[in-house]
Structures are given as structure tokens and as C-alpha cells.
Ligand binder design. Sequence first.
Ligand SMILES: *[C@@H]1O[C@H](CO)[C@@H](O)[C@H](O)[C@H]1NC(C)=O
Ligand SMILES: *[C@@H]1O[C@H](CO)[C@@H](O)[C@H](O)[C@H]1NC(C)=O
Ligand SMILES: *[C@@H]1O[C@H](CO)[C@@H](O)[C@H](O)[C@H]1NC(C)=O
Length: 667
Amino acid sequence: MAFKIILLLIVLHTLTHIIFAQDSIEFIYNGFKDSNFHLDGAATLHSNGLLQLTNYSKQLTAHAFHPIPLNFTSSSSHSFSTSFAFAMYPEIQAISGHGIVFVLSPTMNFPNGVAGKYFGLFNSSLDFLPSDNIFAVELDTIEDIDFYDIDSNHVGININSLISNASAPAGYFSDTENQNKSVSLISARPMQIWIDYNGTTMLVHVTMAPLNIPKPSRPLLSLQVNLSDIVSDTMYAGFASSTGSVASSHYLLGWSFAQGGREAQNLDISNLPRLPRYGNRSRKLSVGSMVLVIVISVVVFIIGVVFYIIRRKKYEEVVEDWEQEYHLQRFSFKDLYNATKGFKDKEFLGAGGFGKVYKGVLSSPKLEVAVKRVSHGSGQGMREFIAEIACMGRLRHRNLVQLLGYCRRKGELILVYDYMPNGSLDKYLYDSDKPNLSWNARFKVIRGVASALVYLHEEWEQVIIHRDVKASNILLDVDMNARLGDFGLARLYDHGTNPQTTHVVGTVGYLAPELTRKGKATTSTDVFSFGVFVLEVACGKSPISTFQGSSNGEMYLVDWVNECLKKGVLLEASDPKLGRDYDADEMELVLKLGLLCCHPKPEGRPNMRQVMQFLNGHSILPEMLPFDAKAANTTFSNQNLSSFPISSAGTSAYASYSSDSILKVGR
Ligand SMILES: *[C@@H]1O[C@H](CO)[C@@H](O)[C@H](O)[C@H]1NC(C)=O
Ligand SMILES: *[C@@H]1O[C@H](CO)[C@@H](O)[C@H](O)[C@H]1NC(C)=O
Ligand SMILES: *[C@@H]1O[C@H](CO)[C@@H](O)[C@H](O)[C@H]1NC(C)=O
């Protein structure tokens, strides 16, 4: 029975302990593990006992109160002593949120408490009004002129207001050094505050020191105040904290409190919870970012080297000392690459016999050019090759496409020419989307090409055989002047090849019979090609075509024109697209001249100067004899024409020109 009564008494004692404010309370928390604090806002309790009030988020409020109310009824109980350990971590060095406030308050709930400078305790409407029954000690890290703060690192004693009744810059009296020392509240170092109120002397002393330093003998600041005027009968003790537009993490490590004249027990410094390492986050980041920086640098370096190599490779050229001897303008591959936008398909003009041609625009001087990429085997014969090109570069004639310069790469030669905006002649003859060329324009073109060939064959210091005269090699400049292109290139192809092997260069349909037999190009073979070209321009038909009324399918243009001559209807060979819109004398001259140039025997052909004289009317074309079809048994059928797409080449009769037609025309 007695046991039951004792048990009941113990239970009752415990209950009263909890329910009613005690006469005098004393507690100590070295870390807040197992504490039963009233927390709100951002306040969180870490598992190691560290009480975190705020974090690095902005505009936070936090409250942490000892849950048991203090009894402030008897004046002796008004004396109290407390100490706590805290740390404030600024997010940005030396700038922080608003700080921590120790509070004695009649309530633990502050629904109208605003973050920032109001510490989560007050709001703007209570700025200057005494709010009832609040005693506070602020650790304020922001200077607010509204509240007459002395600086941004001070400790203040506040009664019912945010305006401090007394304040002092944070610091402590060092007993060992016998001098005052200042500290930074937001240094992220743990510090301790002692607050002692003596109900008899009515003095509040606030003392502070770094955590590893014992309580200094001199307080930081003191204030005389009759606490009995302020407090209500029951008060709660606790902390408020806030962040504003800048944030900081605020921590409490331990708290000791004693009421009724006893001094608060000393915190057991060694048993306080560990603080997170300051700068942990940023240090981790900086280690991470250092690794990242190193990795990125290495990657960037490697990419740089690779790009450099690729670039070197991309723009790589072959330059040899002897090239300078030839005084031919050399272009850098990079410039040509950029001029043609990287040899884009969009800039592709066409594929000639020797390579692809691209349009390009050089940047300085600003110039439209045609860039031809000619692949070339080994370095063998390269010197002759360049010499040849240098020679081509020195050729100047109004009916030649001007070679501007070159560039050499491994296995490749790049030639730069004047750009011909109107493209090649064959497009005008055969493409329906191009305007029809008038007879005058055609005649001008024929004379232009003849003039260019005279220049190449006779007027230049050495004889240059073109080898590939044909409509698609004739380009038209802005004024529709004919410009012969691709000259000299054919000869380049012979270099480095065995002279014994016959290496016929040219285009099927334009090849003189003896060229296919002997493989030797001469000015006469050029004249033959020119003849075919002339007929092509006059008739608007390609050298091997299907002709109306021809039973044999495909035929040589030359043979067909011959047939028209034989039938006495030569002018019917003229291009139907011209209608009757031509000068009949000129047309007849051109058709006959074309046939004459295509004489199967080289001796039967005029030279280019004679051709020019006929065209200019300075010489009269000899009478053309009608040929004998029955005698037509030679010519192309004797050539190796296995690759020619003609079914009945054997009937070609044009070769049966009477030998009488061999010219005897002087210069
Ligand atoms: C800080 O605390 C608030 C409230 O507890 C939370 O919403 C926020 O995510 C926290 N911020 C950080 C950076 O931890
Ligand atoms: C400020 O707080 C008081 C009471 O604490 C409340 O009556 C008032 O409405 C609040 N004012 C604002 C602006 O929140
Ligand atoms: C302190 O304030 C209380 C209550 O207002 C009053 O009773 C007491 O006399 C005051 N003490 C002194 C010394 O003024």
C-alpha cells in the first residue's frame, strides 16, 4: 500500500512538473538530442543533436522554445542566468541573414512574425510599438537604420521592440590578453553567449566569447532594467531566427538555463554536437569543379590538338621552292576552301574532263572565280606540270578563260579561273530553259573560238594544242563573248605517262580520224574538233545525233550535213530553232567551213588562221564538190570505234571528200 502511495506521489510530482510552471527551472542541453523543444519554421533537429534554425534559403523564420513555461510570479524568480553556444554560417562570405535572438516571451507562437529584420517575432505594424512582455537579446548581423542599429555585427538588449535598449559591437574581453577583442558573428565559428539578470540589482549582463574561451570576467554590455515591469507571470524561453534577402545557416549547439539566482551550469564544450564543416558544400564543389576544370581543360586541349591536326590536314598544301621560279600566283587552299564554302555541292558548277569545277568568291580582292580541282597522281613530272600551268597563266586572250593561279595539294592540283557568269555554250544550244541564241550571237561565238585557237596555235611563243574543243568547253562571259576553257590541260595529262602508249584525250565525236589511229594530237586535230563544233553551233545538234529522215538511227553530224550538201539543201541543216532568222550567206559559209575543217585527211583541213580569214570574209571558201556516196567506204569505219554508240558507222560517207577540196589557200 505504502508503495502504491509513493508511486502515486511520484506520478503526481511528475505531472505537476509538466503541467505547471515550476518555481525555478534549471536545465542544460549539451546538444539537443532527446529534447522536446517546440520548433517551428525552418528549425530542424539533426540526429547528432545539432539544432539548425535556418538554412541557406531566403526569407525563413525559425523558432525553438523550451516547452515548459517559466514561472515569473515571485520577484526572486526573476533572476535568471543562461548561456548558449551558436554558430552562424554565411552563404556568401561575410554577408549573412539576420541573426539569432534569445527571447523571453509569454507565447511560443508568432503567427504574425515576419522574416528578415523582424526576426520572425514582430511585424511592420509593431515596429515601434512596444509589444508586450518581450525580453530579447539579439545577435544582429545586419545594420538596419530603421532600428538605429549601430553596425552589422552587434549584440543588443531589446525590450518589447526591435530597437535595442543597449547594444555593442560583437566582441569579448580577453582575460589572458587583458584587452577587448572583436569577433565576427558570421565567421562560422562557434561562440557562446552568457546572459545574467539579477532581480535585485536589476542589471542584465550580456557576455560573449569564442566557444573555446571561458566566460570573460567583463561583460560585453549591461543594462539596468526592472524585468518585473516586463515579464508576465509565465514566460517561455527560446530562440528566434530569420533570413532575409541574403541567407545564412544558424545553429545552436547547447543551452544551459537556471532561474532564481543560481548561475547556469557550464556547457560541456567537448560534448557539444559537431557542426557541419563550413564551406563543406563549396569545398566539395570546388574539389569537384577543380576535377571538372582539369577534365575540361584536358578535353579542350585534346580537341584543340585534334582540330589543329584536322585543320592542318584540311588545309594542307604542297609547296616546293622551285615553284617560285614560275611566277604564277599561288592561292592558299584555305582561301579557296572558304571561297567555295568548303567545295559545297551548292557551289558545284560542273564536272569537266579533268575534274570538278566550283564557283567561289574570294574575299580579298573580292572576286568571283571558278575553282577546278584536278586530281593528279604522283609528284612525278610535277615540275613540268607547274611549268605548263605557269605558261597557261601567262596566256592572255579575250576569248580564253583567264587562269588566275593555282594551289597544290597532295595528289591534287587546284586551278583558279575567271568566273564566267553565263555558263557553257552547250546549255544554250540544247537546254530548253536557256534562251535561244540568235544567229548573230552564234556567229560571234564561232569567230571568238576561232580567234582563240589562232592565238594558241600560232600567236603564242609555243604551239598549244587544245585537244578538247567542244561546245561544253566554250564559256560565255557577261557580254556573251565565247571564252575557250580547259586549254592546255590535256597536255598535262601526258606528262608522266609512257609516250609509247596511246593516250587519247578528247571527246568522242570530236576526234579526228588520224588522232584515234595514231594518238597524236596536232593543230589539225584541233581544227577537226573545231569543225565539228562549228556544225554543232550552226545545226543545234550534237556531233552524234538522230536525224529526221535518216533511216540509220544515229549518225555523225558531219555525215548528215554532207548529205544535205549533196542534196543541194545545205541550209536545211541549220538549227530549226533559228527558223529563217539567219544570214544565209554566213550560214552557208559556216556549214561549208565546218565540213572543210572535218576533212578526214589532215592535209585537207585549213589551219586556224585560214579559218579566221574565211570567217572574216578575207578569203573565199573553195567550192565544195558533192561527194560520191558509193566511194564512201573509209573514214570512221576504219577507226577503232568499238566504244562508239553508233550502229551504222560504216556508212559514213563524208570522208569521201574529193581530194580536190584540199585547200590551196594562202595566208
Ligand atoms: C531550408 O528549410 C526550408 C524549410 O524547412 C526548406 O523548405 C528548404 O528546402 C531548406 N533549404 C535548404 C537549402 O536546405
Ligand atoms: C502584426 O501583428 C499583429 C499582432 O501580432 C496583428 O494584429 C497585425 O495584423 C499584424 N500586422 C501585419 C501587417 O501583419
Ligand atoms: C519593479 O517593477 C515592479 C512591478 O512593476 C514593482 O512592483 C517594483 O517596485 C519595481 N522595483 C523597483 C525597484 O522599482
